[in-house]
Every structure is written in structure tokens, then in C-alpha cells.
Design a protein around this ligand. Structure first.
Ligand code: NAI
Ligand code: MG
Length: 481
């Protein structure tokens, strides 16, 4: 596939950056240049926000019938389906994830998400409220306005869909900044929306870097709301920038350090599959990755040897090969960061059961890695590695386990493996996380909410819950006499 150079998408036009700057994109599997794209900065963000403001205040988007808005979105979803093979390949080339996953996970979930919000457009409404006195009181859900959306590189297309679905469905207009590593599928998605008939200015797509283009969005006085997915570190900066300028509304979907808990009474083969899915899916570059593995002591050794045998069968390599199960990490920076954590783990006394090194001479491949003898306070057990590295620890007592599972600044997700239904529900209650998976892991559906407790962020994406992020409620009182 030849990959076209990219431009900025502003007001339904493809334009160069005002500075004329461009930057290179790398294929992480080969380390070769893939293409280059225009680099937006503050000046381009200003133009895009003006276009989005015009489209919001005087354009047809939020004033057209909600059903027509839904139709345009459904058309975009259908076009994404039509072009899905091209999108899957583009995503794999830019991100390094296996083509089997882009085809069977990223694309179907992205299409489903756009379909879901297309269908929701005409089902967003307020309430009538029985107040005291001779009044008629009702609420209206109005769109939040001009929305800034900053997304990461681990699921470039899917994160764009999660953000655009509810924002467009509610009638907002958008300035989006994809991650600098992976803007290609987001740009192609903008083209799809253009083809579907989205009015000018409703969606603006600006590849660029965080401290320039990203910060310009978060600081912009005429952006009404900013939605961010990425590191907790940058999430805090985004919130500060929002507070210091116009107090724009903020929603944050940040990091995680999820416990994946295996009880002795679980189906161990299923649990091993769930552990693998939890940590090696998408090369471990997943905010809800099951990176802290808690194993009940009496099955610890047995489970780890089963796990080791399965991990050593994983096919790591060329992401374009349909047989590949784990591809390349997204960038050299991420590759080095993960290898750094592996070194730290070794130095602090954890034991490498398998992996623990690069998997190829060229490209950012890392062997799927299992650590045992991990202590709760070690850095590899506390910090988000965002790579294919799982840290196994054993436990005896369930109360103590719950404390340890919650002993993290994060709270995005957790996995629980047991055949005891009472124990499963008790842990689902006691673990502080936004998503709990019982006898499964990394399950997603556009209808089910996703988001964090604690420093994993706030606000819920997906489902009807995401409407809270992109609407504001107006209460109207009418005197009846
Ligand atoms: P990052 O948080 O720096 O980048 C995410 C997005 O924020 C990108 O679009 C980036 O351009 C933008 N950004 C960066 N600095 C910004 C700023 N000052 N103002 C506004 N926007 C800004 O994440 P990075 O550096 O790519 O990865 C570092 C670590 O963050 C990873 O190793 C991982 O642990 C975590 N991470 C978590 C993600 C999640 O889904 N929760 C996604 C990506 C990274
Ligand atoms: Mg960063």
C-alpha cells in the first residue's frame, strides 16, 4: 500500500500548516519512513476553532433534525465499513499492531461505535419534572458547543470513533488532534465524514504535537469542552490549562495498572487465555491492560508454568502477516521505555519467567514478558509500563488481596477469575475501578460505559453515559397562570 502524505483538515478543506512545517511518520515494524504530514500548531488551531465555532453557531449541524444528523453519521459508518480493509492496513502500518487485530477488533468496534451514536442522535432528550406550584418544568439537553479532543496512539481509529461518536451525535462541533505518532487513520476518517456529507467546520482534524497543537486546544478560550485520552501526567496539565483559561469542561481517560486476579477455583485454561488477552493484546499498549497478576498461592506455580508455555507459543513479528499475534511497539520512545522498566524489574529483584528482551534486530518488537517474585512496592508493580510485561504476585487471603489490588493511584479496570459467584460479585463491589471483567477480559461494546476511578480520570465514554460529556442541561420554568 502506498501511503499518501497528509494535510490538515479544516472547514472541509485539506490545507497545509500555516508554518509550512511537516513531520515524518515511521513504520514501527521496519523503522522506515512511512510518509509525512502537515504539522498543526497554535495558528492552525485558531483557524480550526473559528471554523468549528461558525459551524456551531450558524451552521446546520445542531439545528438540523437529529434524525438527519444520525443519517449522515450512519453513512460515515457505512463508508468506514466499505473501506475497512484499507483502514486496517493503514492502522497496522502506522501503529505496528497485527493486521488480525485491526481487522477483527479495531475496525468492527469503530464501525459499531459510529453506528451506535448515529442511532442515538434522535433519542437524546430531557425530562418533564413535577415541581411544586403552578408551573410546567422541563429540561433540554443542549450540545456542549465547540469541543476539543486529544487522543493517543494505541487505538488511533477507535479512539477517534469513541470521541467523535457522542460529540457529533449531540450536535457539537469538533477540533481533534490525533497523536503525533499515528494520525493517518484519523485523517482518513475525516475524509470519510466529508464523503458522508458532514457540513463544513463540524469536524476539523489537526495532526501535531502535544505541547504545541494539543496545548493550544486545551488553552483555547473559545473551546467549550476538552476531552483527553492519554497519560495521567498530561491529563493533569490539560486540566490545569482548562482551569487557567475559560474553565472549559474537562473529561479525562488516563492510565491504568489493572489487577487481574486468579483464584484457585477458576478454570485455569480460561484464566491463562484471559491473562494473555489482558496483557499481550495490542502489545500491552492498552490503558486497561491486566498488568498486575494476582494468583492464589496454592496454584501459583502451576498457573505460571501453564502461562509460560502459552506465552512462548505467541507469534511475534511482521504485523502485516495474518498469523502474527503480537506486533511492534508504537515508537522507539515507547520501546525504550518498556525495556527500561524490564531492567528496573530485574534490578529490583523480580524474576524473568519468560521474555525480557527485544524480539528482533529491526523494528520495535519486544518479547512477551512475564515477571514473577514481584513485590507490591516495586516500580514495575506500581507504574504503568504500557507494554507486553505482566507482573505476577501471589496471595492467600481475600481481604488482604482487595487491599493490595486497590493499592494503586489508578482505577480503570480489573479482572476476576473464579467459579464462586458470591466471591466474584463481592470483589466486583470492593475493587475501585470503572470496569470489572469476571471470567473475561478486555471486552468492549459501544453500549457499555468505560472510564476511570481515581487518577485513571473521570467521565464515562461510550453508551448513553457519554452524552453527559457532550451535552449540558437547561431547566425551563413556565408559569401556568
Ligand atoms: P501523552 O499523554 O503525552 O500523549 C497523549 C496525547 O496527548 C497525544 O495526542 C499527545 O500529543 C497529547 N499531548 C502530549 N502533551 C500534551 C500537552 N502538553 N498538552 C496537550 N496535549 C498533549 O502520552 P505519550 O507520551 O504518548 O505516552 C507516555 C505514556 O502515557 C505511555 O507510556 C503510557 O503509559 C501512557 N499513555 C496512556 C494512554 C491511555 O490510553 N491511557 C495512551 C497513551 C499513553
Ligand atoms: Mg508524552
Amino acid at each position: 500500500m502506498t501511503v499518501k502524505p497528509g494535510k490538515l483538515f479544516i472547514n472541509n478543506e485539506w490545507v497545509d500548516a500555516q508554518s509550512g512545517k511537516r513531520f515524518d511518520l515511521i513504520n514501527p515494524a521496519t523503522e522506515a519512513k512511512l510518509t509525512d504530514v502537515a504539522e498543526a500548531d497554535k495558528a492552525d488551531v485558531d483557524v480550526a476553532v473559528r471554523a468549528a465555532r461558525r459551524a456551531f453557531e450558524s451552521g446546520p449541524w445542531h439545528t438540523m433534525s437529529a434524525r438527519d444528523r444520525g443519517r449522515i453519521m450512519m453513512k460515515a459508518a457505512n463508508l468506514l465499513d466499505k473501506y475497512k480493509d484499507e483502514f486496517a492496513e493503514l492502522e497496522t502500518l502506522n501503529n505496528g499492531k497485527p493486521i488480525g487485530e485491526t481487522k477483527n477488533v479495531d475496525l468492527p468496534l469503530s464501525i459499531q461505535c459510529l453506528e451506535y451514536y448515529a442511532g442515538l442522535a434522535d433519542k437524546i432528550h430531557g425530562d418533564t419534572i413535577p415541581v411544586d406550584g403552578n408551573f410546567f418544568n422541563y429540561t433540554v439537553r443542549e450540545p456542549a458547543g465547540v469541543v476539543g479532543q486529544i487522543i493517543p496512539w494505541n487505538f488511533p481509529l477507535l479512539m477517534a470513533a469513541w470521541k467523535l461518536g457522542p460529540a457529533l451525535s449531540t450536535g457539537c462541533t469538533v477540533v481533534m488532534k490525533p497523536a503525533e505518532q499515528t494520525p493517518l487513520t484519523a485523517l482518513r476518517l475525516a475524509e470519510v465524514f466529508q464523503e458522508a456529507g458532514l457540513p463544513a467546520g463540524v469536524l476539523n482534524m489537526l495532526p501535531g504535537f502535544g505541547p504545541t497543537a494539543g496545548a493550544a486546544i486545551a488553552r483555547h478560550p473559545d473551546v467549550d469542552k476538552v476531552a483527553f485520552t492519554g497519560s495521567t501526567e498530561v491529563g493533569k496539565i490539560v486540566m490545569e490549562m482548562a482551569a487557567q483559561t475559560n474553565l472549559k469542561r474537562v473529561s479525562l481517560e488516563l492510565g491504568g495498572k489493572a489487577p487481574n486476579i486468579i483464584f484457585a477455583d477458576s478454570d485455569l485454561d480460561a484464566a491463562v487465555n484471559g491473562i494473555m488477552r489482558g496483557i499481550f493484546f495490542n502489545q500491552g499498549e492498552v490503558c486497561c491492560a491486566g498488568s498486575r497478576l494476582f494468583v492464589e498461592e496454592k496454584i501459583h506455580d502451576q498457573l505460571l508454568s501453564k502461562l509460560q508455555a502459552s506465552v512462548e507459543k505467541l507469534v511475534v513479528g511482521n504485523p502485516l502477516d495474518p498469523k502474527t499475534q503480537m506486533g511492534a511497539q508504537v515508537s522507539e520512545e515507547q520501546f525504550r521505555k518498556i525495556l527500561g522498566y524490564i531492567e528496573t524489574g530485574k534490578q529490583q529483584g523480580a524474576k524473568v519467567v519468560t521474555g525480557g528482551a527485544p524480539a528482533a534486530n529491526k523494528g520495535y518488537f519486544i518479547k512477551p514478558t512475564v515477571f514473577s517474585n514481584v513485590k507490591d512496592e516495586m516500580r514495575i508493580a506500581q507504574e504503568e509500563i504500557f507494554g507486553p510485561v505482566v507482573c505476577a504476585m501471589s496471595f492467600k487471603d481475600t481481604d488482604d488481596l482487595v487491599k493490595r489490588a486497590n493499592n494503586t493511584v489508578y482505577g480503570l479496570s480489573a479482572g476476576i477469575w473464579t467459579r464462586d459467584i458470591g466471591k466474584a460479585h463481592r470483589l466486583a463491589r470492593d475493587i475501585k475501578a470503572g470496569t470489572i471483567w469476571v471470567n473475561c477480559y478486555n471486552c468492549f461494546d459501544a453500549a457499555s460505559p468505560f472510564g476511570g476511578f481515581k487518577q485513571s480520570g473521570f467521565g464515562r465514554e461510550l453508551g448513553k453515559y457519554a452524552l453527559e460529556l457532550y451535552t449540558q442541561v437547561k431547566s425551563v420554568w413556565v408559569a401556568l397562570d
